[in-house]
Ligand binder design. Structure first.
Ligand code: PEP
Ligand code: MG
Length: 761
C-alpha cells in the first residue's frame, strides 16, 4: 500500500498539468483499491482564483466522462457537499438511502451503493473531495479509508501546485483563454509594491528546478546536448573501468546499460525533438527524463520500478555537463524580479543589483535572512510563495506586493491598473521619506531616539549612510564568512571590520561575533543536525572553537585602534556560564594584543537577549556587561516555539504576540534596574507597529534594515512618547496578537500613518 501511495504521489507531482494529474489520481486509486468508481471534485474558483461555494466534478474513472466539467454541487448538496462542509470522511454502506444523497441524472451513478468521500485540504483550505464508490452494499474497510485519507493529505499540495501551473500554462499558451492573471499569496518579506520581469534561478544539479525557457539557437543547443551526453558516457566507461576489480559483473553491467540508454534513439531523440520544437535544452531534457521515468514507475516489477531513479540520475548528470559546457548567456531585463525555490543571499550575486527590483522565494518567511537582506536593500520581497509554479514564470511580467506577500503573474485589466497605482504611490512615499533624512528622530514631545542600521555586507553601507543612520546597531559578521570559501583570517577580517568602523566613525559600530549554525550555514563548515535552531549555533559554536573566536576578537580589537567606536555583541547567550567564558576570551584577546604591543582599548561588550532563559536572568546578565540588545527574531521564535523560517507555521510567528511584548518589557526593566542601556536590533524595531510599542517601553535605540529606517523615523516624529506609553499599556492587556495589531493600526491611522502598514493587514 505504501509503495502504491508513493508512486501515485510522485506521478501526480510530475504531471505537466492539472487535468493529467487528476486523471492519474482517479485511474490509480480505482486500481489500487479495486473499486468501481473513483472521482475527484474540486472547489470551483472564479477567474481571480477565489473559492466559490461549490464543487465541480473534474475527473472520474467509472462514471460517465461527459459529466466532467458539467456536474457541480453546492456545499449544501449531496454527499460530496456534506464531506466538504464537515471536512471529514464519510463512509456509507448504502449511500442512496442517506438523506443527503442527491441523484444526478446521466452520469451513470445508479448501480453504486457503497460510498466513501474524503476531503482534500491544504493548510486549512478546502480544495475538493476524493470519492470512491462500489456496487456492493457494504462499507469500505478501515484500511481503504485510511489509504484514501493518507493519499488525500499527501495530494493536496500537489493538486494545488498543479492547479496553479495549469492556470499559468493556459495564460502562456493562449492569453485570450484566461484573461485573468494568476496570483498567489506567500508571506510578506520586505515592504513595497513593484513590477518587473521574473528571472528564475535554480539549483544547477536539480532537473525538477529547471524552468521553462524558449530556445535561442536550437542547433547550438542540440550540439551542446550531444557533447554533454558524450561526456557522461565517457564518465560511465571510466567508472566501470575503475570499479571493475571491486564490483561483481552483474553490477558492472549497469554502467553498460546506462551507456546503451544514452546511445539509443529514444532518449536523445525525445530531447532533440523538444529542443527543435522551441524548448531550451535543460527543459527539453527535464521533460524527456520525466517521461522515461514515468514509464518505469508504472511497472509492476519492483526492480524495474526502481530504475526510474537511475533515469533521473542520468538526467541530472547530463544536466550538470550541459551547464558546465554551455554557460548560458543571459540578457538581463531592465527591472528584474529574482524568483527561486530556495533563494539565499548568494543568489543575489547572479543579477546586476542595480536592476534588481524584487525577490520571490518559495521557501522561507519574513524573518529569513534573505528577507532581512531585501529590507536592507530596500527591495520588496515575498517569501514562502509555495504555490508559485516557479518553472513557468521565467521572463513573465510579475508584480509583487511585499506588504501582503502577494505575487501576481502577468496581471491584466483592472487588477494591473490598481497594482500600477500602488507602485506609483509607493515610489512617491519613498521620495517623501527621503526628505526626513537630515531631521532628528525625535517625538513631538521631545524624546530622542537613536536610529541605527543592521548590516552584513559592506555593500549595505552606502544605503545606510543615505538614509541618515546614526551608527551600526548590528553588524552580522557571519555574512562575510558565508560568502567566502574558507574561514577568513585575522588580517582579512580586520580589514572588513575596519572599513565599517571607518565609514561610521565617530558613530558607534556594534560588531556581533560569529552567529553561524541554525539557518546560517557555512559551506566549508557543514553542520548536520536534527534541530539546527536548538543546536550548535552562535556563541555555542565559537566557545567550542576558541581559535575561531579569538581570531575574530583580535581582528575586531585591532580594527578599532585609533577609532574607538567599536562595541562587541555576543549572540545566543543562554546563561551566565557561557557569558563568563566568552568574556574571558575577550579579556584574553585584549591581553595578548597588548603584550604584542598593539594599542588596544577595551570596547563596550553587550549581549543579545534572544533566548528566553536570558530574559529570566536579565539582572545577572546585565550586571556583567555594558549594554543589552534584544534580538526579537530569535526571541519570538523561541518563546512561541515557531521556526522563524517555516512557512507552514508562519501565521503563528508574531513578534506582536502579547507574550513577546511582555518579555521585551521585562528586558527593558531589567536593563533600567542595572543602569545598562537596552536597544532592539531584531526586525520588530523596523516594523512601524513594533517601533511604536518599543518607544512606549522606553527603548530609545532602534536598529533596523536601512530600507525600514525612513518609515520608522516618520513614526517617531509623528507620535508623542506619552501616547506610545499609553498604547503599550493597552497592548499589554490584549490577549491576542490580532487585538494588538488592530489597536496599533488604528493609532497609526489616527496619525495619518496608515499607509505604512496599509496592505500589511
Ligand atoms: C535576532 O535574532 O533578532 C537577530 C537580530 O539576530 P539574527 O536575525 O541574525 O538571528
Ligand atoms: Mg538572532
Amino acid at each position: 500500500m505504501l509503495d502504491q501511495l508513493r508512486h501515485i504521489v510522485t506521478e501526480v507531482g510530475t504531471s505537466p498539468d492539472l487535468k493529467r494529474a487528476l486523471d492519474v489520481i482517479v485511474r490509480r486509486v480505482r486500481d489500487s483499491l479495486a473499486v468501481d468508481v473513483c472521482s475527484v471534485y474540486l472547489v470551483a474558483r472564479d477567474s481571480g482564483g477565489e473559492a466559490l461555494d461549490c464543487l465541480a466534478l473534474q475527473a472520474t474513472e467509472g462514471l460517465h466522462a461527459s459529466g466532467v466539467g458539467h456536474v457541480s454541487l453546492g456545499y449544501d448538496e449531496g454527499l460530496v457537499g456534506l464531506v466538504a462542509t464537515r471536512a471529514e470522511p464519510i463512509n456509507l454502506q448504502d449511500a442512496p438511502s442517506h438523506p443527503r444523497y442527491k441523484f444526478i441524472r446521466d452520469i451513470g451513478e445508479e448501480p453504486y451503493y457503497a460510498f466513501l468521500g474524503v476531503p482534500i485540504v491544504q493548510r486549512g483550505d478546502m480544495l475538493g473531495v476524493l470519492v470512491v464508490q462500489s456496487r456492493e452494499n457494504r462499507r469500505f474497510s478501515d484500511e481503504q479509508e485510511s489509504f484514501l485519507v493518507t493519499l488525500a493529505a499527501q495530494l493536496a499540495g500537489a493538486i494545488r501546485q498543479a492547479e496553479a501551473s495549469g492556470e499559468v500554462f493556459r495564460l502562456r499558451g493562449n492569453a485570450e483563454l484566461t484573461p485573468a492573471s494568476f496570483q498567489t499569496l506567500g508571506l510578506p518579506g520586505s515592504p513595497g509594491v513593484v513590477f518587473g520581469s521574473a528571472l528564475v534561478v535554480y539549483d544547477a544539479a536539480s532537473l525538477e528546478a529547471v524552468p521553462d525557457r524558449e530556445v535561442e539557437d536550437a542547433e547550438t543547443e542540440v550540439a551542446a546536448l550531444r557533447q554533454a551526453v558524450e561526456a557522461v558516457k565517457l564518465e560511465f566507461r571510466q567508472l566501470k573501468a575503475d570499479l571493475s576489480r571491486l564490483l561483481p559483473g552483474e553490477e558492472q553491467a549497469l554502467f553498460d546499460a546506462f551507456v546503451m540508454m544514452l546511445s539509443g534513439d529514444s532518449l536523445m531523440d525525445g530531447v532533440i525533438q523538444r529542443i527543435r520544437a522551441g524548448s531550451w535544452a535543460p527543459a527539453a531534457l527535464r521533460d524527456t527524463i520525466r517521461e522515461h521515468a514515468a514509464v518505469f514507475e508504472g511497472m509492476q516489477d519492483d526492480y524495474l520500478r526502481e530504475r526510474a531513479e537511475d533515469v533521473r540520475d542520468l538526467g541530472a548528470r547530463i544536466l550538470s555537463k550541459l551547464q558546465s559546457a554551455t554557460p548560458i548567456e543571459r540578457r538581463f531585463a531592465e527591472r528584474i524580479i529574482l524568483v527561486g525555490r530556495e533563494l539565499s543571499a548568494s543568489h543575489l550575486a547572479e543579477v546586476p543589483t542595480d536592476r534588481l527590483v524584487g525577490i520571490v522565494s518559495t521557501r522561507g518567511s519574513g524573518s529569513s535572512h534573505l528577507a532581512i537582506l531585501a529590507r536592507a536593500l530596500g527591495i520588496p520581497a515575498v517569501m514562502g510563495a509555495t504555490e508559485l509554479p516557479v518553472g513557468q514564470v521565467d521572463d513573465q511580467e510579475i508584480a509583487l506586493d511585499g506588504y501582503r506577500g502577494a505575487v501576481f503573474v502577468r496581471p491584466t485589466g483592472a487588477l494591473r491598473e490598481e497594482l500600477l497605482r500602488l507602485a506609483r504611490e509607493e515610489a512617491q512615499l519613498s521620495q517623501d521619506l527621503k526628505g526626513l533624512r537630515d531631521l532628528p528622530a525625535q517625538t513631538p514631545d521631545g524624546v530622542r531616539v537613536s536610529m541605527l542600521v543592521n548590516i552584513g555586507l559592506l555593500a549595505d553601507m552606502a544605503p545606510s549612510r543615505n538614509v541618515g543612520a546614526e551608527g551600526i546597531g548590528l553588524y552580522r559578521t557571519e555574512i562575510p564568512f558565508q560568502i567566502r570559501h574558507q574561514f577568513p583570517g585575522e588580517e582579512d577580517q580586520r580589514r572588513i571590520y575596519r572599513e565599517a568602523l571607518d565609514a561610521f566613525a565617530p558613530y558607534p559600530v556594534i560588531l556581533r561575533t560569529l552567529d553561524v549554525g541554525g539557518d546560517k550555514p557555512l559551506s566549508y563548515f557543514p553542520i548536520e543536525e536534527d534541530n539546527p535552531f536548538l543546536g550548535w549555533r552562535g556563541i555555542r559554536l565559537v566557545l567550542d572553537h576558541p581559535e575561531i573566536f579569538l581570531t575574530q576578537l583580535r581582528a575586531m580589537l585591532k580594527a578599532n585602534i585609533g577609532l574607538g567606536n567599536l562595541s562587541i555583541l555576543l549572540p545566543m547567550i543562554s546563561g551566565v556560564t557561557e557569558l563568563d567564558l566568552a568574556l574571558t576570551y575577550v579579556h584574553q584577546a585584549l591581553t595578548e594584543l597588548a603584550e604584542e604591543g598593539w594599542a588596544v582599548a577595551r570596547p563596550p561588550v553587550g549581549v543579545m537577549i534572544e533566548v528566553p532563559s536570558a530574559v529570566y536572568q536579565i539582572d545577572a546578565i546585565a550586571r556583567r556587561v555594558d549594554f543589552l540588545s534584544v534580538g526579537t527574531n530569535d526571541l519570538t521564535q523561541y518563546l512561541l516555539a515557531v521556526d522563524r523560517n517555516n512557512e507552514r507555521v508562519a501565521s503563528l510567528y508574531d513578534a506582536l504576540h502579547p507574550a513577546v511584548l511582555s518579555a521585551i518589557r521585562a528586558i527593558a526593566e531589567g536593563g533600567a534596574r542595572q543602569g545598562k542601556p537596552v536597544s532592539v536590533c531584531g526586525e520588530l524595531a523596523g516594523d512601524p507597529m513594533g517601533a511604536l510599542l518599543l518607544l512606549g517601553m522606553g527603548i530609545h535605540s532602534l536598529s533596523m534594515s536601512a530600507g525600514s529606517l525612513p518609515r520608522i523615523k516618520w513614526v517617531i516624529r509623528s507620535v508623542p512618547h506619552a501616547r506610545a506609553r499609553r498604547l503599550l499599556d493597552q497592548a499589554l492587556s490584549c490577549e491576542e496578537p490580532l487585538e494588538v495589531r488592530a489597536l496599533i493600526f488604528d493609532a497609526l491611522e489616527s496619525f495619518g500613518l496608515g499607509g505604512l502598514v496599509r496592505a500589511g493587514r
